[in-house]
Design a protein around this ligand. Structure first.
Ligand code: ADP
Ligand code: XUL
Length: 552
C-alpha cells in the first residue's frame, strides 16, 4: 500500500526542464507539476562572456572588424549546456522525476555539421566534456547569428530566382531578410563551396541543441523553420523553389520538419551516464519568439507581447497568416499550431546600454533620468540606429539626432526609450491588432520607467511578466504539453499557461491619457524623422516646430 502511494505521488509530481539558448546566455528552468499545481523550482543562467570567457565573445558574439558580420561559437553553446546539466544535478532536485525537456533558442542562427555527426552524436564519451567532442563534427567552426546583416546580395539573388520578394513573403511568411538562414546558407556556399560540400546537416540553433540532448539529428519545428526563407508556411514543408534558389543539394542537408510537440528522442546515454539522468523525452526545440508566445500566455488572438531583450520584438498570435505588405514584419509558425506575427528590432538592449554607458549611469540612474525628462522630450528625437538596423532596414549603423545634443544625458535617455517604443508602435501596425494589452518581457521589462513609456506610447495596459525569461518558460511549458500529448493525456493550451504564464493584475501599468495624446501626435513627427534619416523624406524641422507649438 505504502509503495503504491509512493508510486502515485511520483507520477503526479513530475519535473520538466526548459532551456533558453539566447544571444548572451543559457538559461534553465525546471517546472514541477503536481496535479493542477505548477511551480518553477529551479532557475539558473550562464552568461557567455563572463562565465565562458575562453570563447572570446562580446555580448555573445565573436568580434569581427566588419560590423555587418555577426557569428558565434556552437561549441560555446554546447559547453554551456554541459555545464548547466552539471549545475542541475548539483542542485537538490530529484531529477529521477524528470519527464521531458525542451528548449528555446535565438532564431535564424545556423550550425554546419559534417558527416561524422550522425554517428558521433550517438556515441559521445560520457567521461569527457561535450564541447571537445563536438568540435570534430563541425563543417564550419562559426555559426552566423540573427545579428548578421552581411547578406543583402544573397537576399536579392534569392528574391530574383524565386519570383520576387513579394512571392517569397507570401510563401515563407517573410521577404528575404539578411539574418534569415537561407540567405546565410547561400553566402556560405558562395564563399566556401568546399566547406559547404562537406556539410552534411545544417541545423538551426534550436535543432542543434535538441540534437545534442537526443544524441541524433533532431527535427526542426515550424516556429523556427519559418525563420529561414525556406519553408512553405501553409504546408509546413520545405519550399522547393526557395531551396533551389538558395544553394545546390540543400534539400539533402536540411533537418526534417515536424510539429513543435514532436518527441525527437530520449535524453541520450551520454547524459544518462555522465550525470545519472533518466531517459527523459526530448521535445523539439523552437525559436525564442515562438516560445515566448507561450511563455507570455498569448494563446489567444488580440493581445501582443513586447520582448525587450538583446533584440526588441513585438509579436502576437494570428489564427490566419496576414503577410506584411510593407515587407517589414514576419509571419512565423506558432508552437500552438497557429501563426504568429512579429517585428524585430536589432537596436534593443545594446542601444539602451550604449546611452546608459555614455553617461556612466547605472540602470537606476537611467530610470531616474528617464522620469526626469518630459514626455515627448520637448520634440527632441533620437533615431537609435547605433548598429545596422533590421526594422526599418538600415545597412550602415549610425544614430541620428533631431534638436538633441549628444551630451545631454536626460534628453538622450528619454530619446532612446521613446524612439524604441514609437518604432515598435509604428512598425507593428501591419499586424492589424487593436493593441489594448501588452505583455512585457525580456531583461529590460524589469524597468518600470521604461514600461510606463510603453503604456503611454501605445495607450495600452502593460503587464510585466514575473519570470523575466518568458522564452525559457515557454520552452518548459511546451515540454509539459508535449509530454501529456505523448502519454495520450492531451491538455489544452489555456490550461498549460493557466496560473503561470498569466499577467498579475497588481503589476498592471495603465496608460496616462494626456501622455498618450502627446505621443499620438509625436508619432507622426517620429515617422517624418525616420523617413528623413532613411533619405526618403524632407527635413523634419518644420514638423518638429509645429509639434512644439501644438504641445506648448
Ligand atoms: P536575451 O535576448 O539575450 O535573452 P535578455 O532578455 O536576458 O536578453 O535581456 C538582457 C538585457 O536586459 C541586458 O543586455 C540588459 O541590457 C537588460 N537589462 C537588465 N536589467 C535592466 C534594467 N534594470 N533596465 C533596463 N535594461 C535592463
Ligand atoms: C527574431 C530575431 C531575434 C532573435 C533573438 O526574428 O531575429 O528576436 O530571435 O534571439
Amino acid at each position: 500500500m505504502a509503495s503504491q502511494r509512493e508510486g502515485f505521488s511520483r507520477t503526479r509530481m513530475t519535473l520538466y526542464l526548459g532551456f533558453d539558448s539566447s544571444t548572451q546566455s543559457l538559461t534553465a528552468l525546471v517546472l514541477e507539476v503536481d496535479g493542477d499545481r505548477k511551480q518553477i523550482v529551479f532557475e539558473s543562467a550562464i552568461e557567455f562572456d563572463r562565465e565562458l570567457p575562453e570563447y572570446g565573445t562580446v555580448h555573445g558574439v565573436l568580434p569581427d572588424p566588419d560590423p555587418a558580420i555577426a557569428v558565434s561559437s556552437p561549441l560555446m553553446w554546447a559547453d554551456a549546456l554541459d555545464r548547466m546539466m552539471k549545475r542541475l544535478v548539483d542542485s537538490d532536485l530529484d531529477l529521477s522525476r524528470l519527464a521531458a525537456i525542451s528548449g528555446s533558442a535565438q532564431q535564424h542562427g545556423s550550425v554546419y555539421l559534417n558527416a561524422r555527426a550522425a554517428s558521433g552524436l550517438a556515441s559521445l564519451d560520457p567521461a569527457r566534456p561535450l564541447a571537445g567532442q563536438i568540435a570534430a563534427m563541425l563543417a564550419r567552426p562559426a555559426a552566423p547569428i540573427w545579428m548578421d546583416t552581411s547578406t543583402s546580395a544573397e537576399c536579392e539573388e534569392i528574391a530574383q530566382a524565386a519570383g520576387g520578394s513579394a512571392v517569397v513573403a507570401q510563401r515563407t511568411g517573410s521577404r528575404p531578410f539578411e539574418r534569415f538562414t537561407g540567405p546565410q546558407i547561400r553566402k556560405f556556399f558562395k564563399r566556401d563551396p568546399a566547406a559547404y560540400a562537406a556539410t552534411d546537416r545544417i541545423h538551426l540553433v534550436s535543432s542543434f541543441m535538441a540534437s545534442l540532448l537526443a544524441g541524433a539529428h533532431a527535427a526542426l519545428d515550424p516556429g523556427d523553420g519559418s525563420g529561414m526563407n525556406l519553408m512553405d508556411l501553409d504546408a509546413c514543408r520545405w519550399w522547393p523553389v526557395a531551396i533551389d534558389a538558395t544553394a545546390p543539394s540543400l534539400i539533402d542537408k536540411l533537418p526534417s520538419l515536424a510539429p513543435s510537440s514532436t518527441i525527437v528522442g530520449r535524453l541520450s546515454p551520454y547524459w544518462q551516464q555522465r550525470y545519472r539522468l533518466p531517459p527523459a523525452r526530448v521535445v523539439a526545440w523552437s525559436g525564442d519568439n515562438p516560445c515566448s508566445l507561450v511563455g507570455t500566455g498569448l494563446v489567444a488572438e488580440g493581445r501582443v507581447a513586447i520582448s525587450l531583450g538583446t533584440s526588441d520584438t513585438i509579436f502576437g498570435l494570428m489564427r490566419t497568416p496576414r503577410v506584411d505588405p510593407s515587407g517589414t514584419g514576419h509571419v512565423f509558425g506558432s508552437p500552438t499550431g497557429a501563426y504568429m506575427g512579429l517585428t524585430c528590432f536589432k537596436n534593443g538592449s545594446l542601444a539602451r546600454e550604449r546611452v546608459r554607458d555614455a553617461f556612466g549611469m547605472t540602470w537606476d540612474d537611467f530610470s531616474r533620468a528617464l522620469d526626469a525628462a518630459p514626455p515627448g522630450n520637448g520634440g527632441r528625437i533620437l533615431i537609435p540606429w547605433f548598429e545596422p538596423e533590421i526594422t526599418p532596414s538600415v545597412a550602415i549603423g549610425g544614430e541620428r539626432r533631431y534638436g538633441l545634443a549628444a551630451d545631454e544625458a536626460r534628453g538622450n535617455v528619454r530619446g532612446v526609450i521613446e524612439a524604441q517604443q514609437m518604432s515598435l508602435a509604428l512598425h507593428s501596425q501591419w499586424m492589424g491588432v487593436d493593441i489594448r494589452e501588452i505583455h512585457a518581457t525580456g531583461g529590460a521589462a524589469v524597468n518600470r520607467a521604461i514600461l510606463h513609456v510603453m503604456a503611454d506610447v501605445f495607450g495600452a495596459d502593460v503587464f510585466p511578466f514575473d519570470v523575466a525569461n518568458s522564452a525559457a518558460l515557454g520552452a518548459v511549458l511546451r515540454a509539459y504539453h508535449a509530454d501529456r500529448l505523448a502519454d495520450a493525456r492531451p491538455i489544452e493550451w489555456d490550461a498549460v499557461v493557466a496560473d503561470i504564464a498569466e499577467p498579475g493584475e497588481r503589476a498592471r501599468i495603465a496608460p496616462d491619457a494626456r501622455r498618450h495624446a502627446i505621443y499620438r501626435e509625436l508619432l507622426r513627427v517620429y515617422e517624418a524623422c525616420e523617413a528623413h534619416a532613411l533619405g526618403r523624406g524632407p527635413d523634419p524641422a518644420p514638423a518638429i516646430a509645429a509639434w512644439r507649438r501644438g504641445s506648448g
